[in-house]
Ligand binder design. Sequence first.
Ligand code: A4P
Ligand code: MG
Length: 143
Amino acid sequence: MAKVYIGLGSNIGNRQQHIKNAIHELKAKGISIIAQSSLIETDPQGGPLQGKYLNGVIAIETNLSPDELLHLTQSIEQKLGRRHRERNGPRTIDLDILLYDQVTLTNSHLTVPHPRMKERDFVLKPLSEIAPEIVKDLFHENH
Ligand code: A4P
Ligand code: MG
């Protein structure tokens, strides 16, 4: 089983409900949720003028490979009504694979660890709530 951290973000409509629905969809696909941060309201970073986000992080356990998991998270984004693909633009739900065990990988559609997570308080804050030691390590490893 791999332990994976997933970042959740929503800034359209009933943001809390979208996040709940995404977690429900993951469970329905056999994924165990082993930790869940609180949800925080955050100012949008990058992209066009848009509403505030609700952000959180969950820890899951899965037998899916990184690519299979991306496929699943993208199908959940689609199912929950994410249609606009504007980069950094508003979205009903965004699921980012932050960390997958100790795996480091880059291919045409997936980079793990998520390349921008270290610059983003809306990721680091909820992540440090459920995995403080990981956040500490992130900043010690590469210096
Ligand atoms: N992709 C590559 N690596 C990954 C990964 N580790 N996890 C690819 C998920 N996807 C990954 O993503 C674009 C492509 O990234 C995917 O097709 C996938 O193959 P997307 O979700 O379609 O587009 P996006 O999310 O708009 O772009 P991007 O570059 O992923 O942006 P981020 O990093 O997700 O940031 N401000 C606040 N306050 N809160 C937020 O949640 N989110 C963003 C989006 C910007 N500003 C924000 C927030
Ligand atoms: Mg994304």
